[in-house]
Design a protein around this ligand. Structure first.
Ligand SMILES: Cc1ncc(COP(=O)(O)O)c(C=O)c1O
Length: 379
């Protein structure tokens, strides 16, 4: 039978506890989700600042739809770039203190679109070992294009950069690592870039909104050559942006195929995103709440529960075996806690984990309850 691989591959995933399927969320309010008529406390959401469904953002979305439409109806270089996009780009530039911004329909598209456009030019990318799938997928087709350095190992990165200094090099890392929750040393990365006349490309998907005095992510610590961030997490809308300088901006508009050949992001969403950024900048209490709740969480965990060190919303508890992680997540589910187990290939083999996200709309009592349930579930 042809296409037998469809059935065989899925069966194999099931046998090794790596089968994935979707879950229908029928309702969602604050940090509660309803699945099959049952309510759960959601600790797997990337709505870090609790802004999803904020009335001001929803109103801006309606206003944006009425003024500019729900759809851009064309790619940016045809007639899809309108006032809402321009205003959002300017808002981001001012927020991150960079001259230029480009919008993409998703973070995945932005990473692929930028890196593939740059990859044509005999460039060497130096990627942190824990880089997101979208970064890896952008270079993986050509093994001469990239090198990987051990996670946050700047000596190894220095050695790599030294070895290839005859080439244009780009250091690729993340402001906050998606599955571990720790951070790259942005100042160090930019120092190394300067030393070797390289450039920095920082994926701030999990840092934007959460890190920095106004939520400007890793750009609070040092201006990167290129920063990418999605609007689909703390910003609570959709799409993504990159910031860069003038030269890079014109290059990408001319050579990034994802940018050129894709419909521009929804202008209504762009308008709503401006409102979200306004709230992110001024509502400091949201970031402070994450810190406060995170401290309560770790203080209430038993010593046997090993949390990876973090100063973000992401708290990883590595269990190891995928099957054991599934069982633990199911035990928590029976207590009304939703924690989607994270398994390979999202993380390395034998490092399956519970990835707890603490958001500013969680309540102290929920965090204490979560810690108690985890203490009981982990043996
Ligand atoms: C580190 C990182 N980069 C990029 C992306 C992709 O962003 P988007 O969801 O907007 O495609 C994600 C999303 O999961 C991510 O975690």
């Amino acid at each position: 039978m042809s296409f037998q691989f469809l059935v065989d591959s899925v069966k194999q995933q099931q046998q090794i506890s790596l089968f994935r399927q979707r879950t229908v969320i029928s309702e969602q309010f604050d940090n509660q989700i309803i699945i099959d008529g049952k309510s759960y406390l959601n600790f797997s959401s990337n709505d870090y600042l609790g802004l999803n469904n904020h009335p001001d953002i929803n109103n801006a979305l309606k206003e944006g739809a009425n003024r500019f439409g729900t759809c851009a109806s064309a790619s940016s270089l045809i007639t899809g770039y309108n006032y809402a996009h321009q205003a959002l780009e300017e808002t981001v530039c001012e927020w991150l203190n960079k001259p230029r911004c480009l919008l993409f329909s998703s973070g995945f598209a932005a990473n692929t679109g930028v890196i593939q456009a740059l990859a044509k030019n005999n460039i060497k990318f130096c990627l942190d070992k824990l880089s997101h799938a979208s970064l890896i997928d952008s270079v993986i087709h050509d093994k001469n294009l990239f090198k990987r350095f051990a996670h946050n190992n700047y000596q190894q990165l220095d050695d790599l950069l030294e070895k290839h200094q005859d080439l244009d090099q780009i250091i690729v890392s993340e402001g906050v690592f998606s599955m571990d929750g720790d951070r790259a040393d942005i100042v160090k990365l930019n120092q190394l870039a300067k030393k070797y006349q390289a450039k920095t490309y920082i994926d701030d998907a999990h840092a934007i909104g959460v890190i920095g005095n106004e939520g400007q992510g890793s750009s609070f610590y040092h201006l990167n050559d290129i920063t990418m961030a999605t609007f689909g997490k703390a910003v609570a809308t959709n799409g993504a942006f990159i910031t860069c300088d003038e030269e890079m901006f014109h290059y990408l508009i001319n050579f990034s195929r994802h940018y050129i050949y894709s419909t521009a992001m929804s202008p209504a969403i762009a308008w709503a995103t401006i409102k979200s950024i306004e709230l992110i900048k001024k509502e400091h209490w949201r970031r402070e709440k994450i810190t406060e709740l995170s401290q309560i969480f770790s203080a209430n965990l038993d010593d046997k529960v090993k949390l990876l060190p973090t100063t973000s919303s992401i708290h990883a508890i590595v269990i190891g075996d995928a099957g054991k992680t599934l069982i633990t997540a199911n035990k928590l589910k029976s207590k009304g806690i939703w924690l989607t187990p994270i398994r390979p290939p999202t993380v390395a083999k034998q490092s399956s984990r519970l990835r707890v996200t603490i958001n500013s709309n969680h309540k102290e009592k929920d965090i204490i309850y979560l810690a108690q349930c985890i203490n009981e579930a982990i043996i």
